[in-house]
Design a protein around this ligand. Structure first.
Ligand SMILES: Cc1cc2nc3c(=O)[nH]c(=O)nc-3n(C[C@H](O)[C@H](O)[C@H](O)COP(=O)(O)O)c2cc1C
Length: 211
C-alpha cells in the first residue's frame, strides 16, 4: 500500500514536470521552443485568474526547494518564506488589511491577492544590503519552476505596501512568524491558471552590446 502510493506520487510528479505550459508560444523562435528552460521563461505569464484548486503541498515543496536554490549573496540565504494555503488564515490577513485601510472595500482588498489559492510571503534580512535581490531571485526561481510544472503565479507588491504601512496589520504579520530583523518584501501567489494571457511587449532597446 505504502509502496503503491509512493509510486503513484512519483508518477504524478513526473507527469507534472513534463507538462510545461503549451500556451504563449507564438512569440518564440523554433530554437527557443527546443530548450525547456528558455521555453519556460518565454512562455511564463503573470496569472490573475485561478481555478478553485489548491496546489498540493508536495508540489509547493518542490517549488520552494527551487526557490532556495537561487543564487544569493555570499550564500547568506537572506530570505524567509511563509506559505499560506489555508483560506481561513488568508481571510484573517485580508480582514486585517481592510481594517488598516478603511478606504478599501473587501473586493479591493481581495483583488490585491489576485485570487491565487496559495500565497507565499517573502521577507528579507534587513541587515544585508543585497537581500532584496536575493528575494527577487528566489521568487523568480519559484515562479519559473512552478510554470514548468503547470502552476501559474503572480508576483505581488501591493499586499506588501498595504500590510506594512499601518499598525492594524502587525498582529497578522506576527502570525506569519518571520525572524527578528526580517521584513516582508514580496508576495507571490500560486495556483492552477484559469486564463492564458498574452505576452506583454518588451522593449529590446533596454539592452545593447557595448564595444
Ligand atoms: C516586484 C513586482 C511587483 C508586482 N506587483 C504586482 C501587483 O501588485 N499586482 C499585480 O497584479 N501584478 C504585479 N506584478 C506583476 C507585473 O505586473 C507583471 O510581471 C508585468 O506586468 C509583466 O507581465 P508578465 O509577468 O505577464 O510578463 C508585480 C511584479 C513584480 C516583479
Amino acid at each position: 500500500m505504502k509502496k503503491t502510493s509512493i509510486l503513484f506520487g512519483a508518477a504524478i510528479m513526473s507527469l507534472l514536470m513534463s507538462c510545461a505550459p503549451a500556451e504563449n508560444k507564438e512569440n518564440m523562435t523554433p530554437q527557443e521552443e527546443k530548450n525547456q528552460v528558455v521555453e519556460t521563461i518565454m512562455s511564463r505569464r503573470s496569472i490573475r485568474k485561478y481555478k478553485d484548486e489548491i496546489v498540493p503541498r508536495e508540489v509547493m515543496t518542490q517549488i520552494l526547494d527551487c526557490g532556495i536554490n537561487a543564487p544569493n549573496g555570499q550564500n547568506k540565504q537572506s530570505w524567509e518564506i511563509r506559505v499560506v494555503d489555508n483560506p481561513a488564515l488568508m481571510n484573517e490577513i485580508k480582514a486585517a488589511m481592510a481594517k488598516g485601510h478603511p478606504q478599501m472595500d473587501s473586493a479591493m482588498v481581495a483583488g490585491c491577492f489576485r485570487g491565487a489559492p496559495v500565497m507565499t510571503f517573502i521577507a528579507r534580512d534587513k541587515s544585508y544590503d543585497f537581500s532584496a535581490y536575493d528575494c527577487g531571485l528566489l521568487a523568480e526561481n519559484m515562479v519559473l519552476s512552478a510554470w514548468s510544472m503547470g502552476v501559474g503565479s503572480i508576483c505581488l507588491g501591493s499586499p506588501v505596501r498595504f500590510l506594512t504601512d499601518n499598525e492594524e496589520c502587525r498582529p497578522v504579520l506576527e502570525k506569519l512568524g518571520f525572524s527578528e530583523g526580517y521584513e516582508l518584501c514580496l508576495c507571490v501567489g500560486f495556483g492552477y491558471p484559469d486564463e492564458t494571457p498574452d505576452a506583454k511587449p518588451r522593449d529590446k532597446q533596454k539592452y545593447r552590446f557595448v564595444d
